[in-house]
Design a protein around this ligand. Structure first.
Ligand SMILES: Nc1ncnc2c1ncn2[C@@H]1O[C@H](COP(=O)(O)OP(=O)(O)OP(=O)(O)O)[C@@H](O)[C@H]1O
Ligand SMILES: [Mg+2]
Length: 141
């Protein structure tokens, strides 16, 4: 497992996601940080697949539903997209606290907008588009 990597395709980003199972052993709350199209959802595909919670092609962006749940044999992966959530009050209605449990992993896109997650997060994964097909991915405790 590497703390920093540059990937050159979506497939490589998914493969990196698959390599993170040990680091992401539940319970975890993880912020996925990076601009639109940085590859956050692509990374979740690999993570969900590694925990046998979903096939990569079945993981799609929770843009409108805000929360997607993928159940694996030992782990539940929640993929959350807060891009369209603007206030702490709206955030509260999502009830994310209820999703936290001994076997859950919360992977949150755009969570850094909310100060509470800066304290609550176990890990931050930063993704940066360095060109059309290259993404720099960094793990930050
Ligand atoms: N090395 C790479 N890693 C990941 N995605 C890549 C890479 N190279 C190109 N791409 C493309 O970049 C896009 C990444 O989209 P993705 O939905 O994962 O981004 P996102 O960070 O979740 O964006 P959003 O904030 O809009 O949800 C995809 O179209 C993917 O094919
Ligand atoms: Mg996304």
């Amino acid at each position: 497992m590497r703390r920093e990597i540059t990937t050159h395709s979506p497939e490589e980003t998914m493969a990196f996601g698959r390599s993170l199972t040990e680091l992401l052993a539940p319970p975890k709350l993880v912020l996925l940080c990076g601009e639109l199209g940085a590859g956050k959802t692509t990374l979740v595909k690999g993570i969900a697949a590694a925990f046998e919670a979903a096939a990569e092609e079945d993981v799609t962006s929770p843009t409108f539903t805000l929360v997607h749940e993928y159940r694996g044999p030992r782990v539940v992966v929640y993929h959350i997209d807060l891009y369209r959530v603007d206030t702490a009050r709206e955030l509260e209605t999502l009830g994310l606290d209820d999703l936290r449990s001994d076997n859950s992993i919360l992977l949150i896109e755009w969570g850094e907008k909310f100060p509470r997650f800066h304290n609550e997060r176990d890990l931050e994964i930063g993704l940066e588009r360095t060109n059309q097909s290259d993404r720099r991915i960094q793990l930050k405790d």
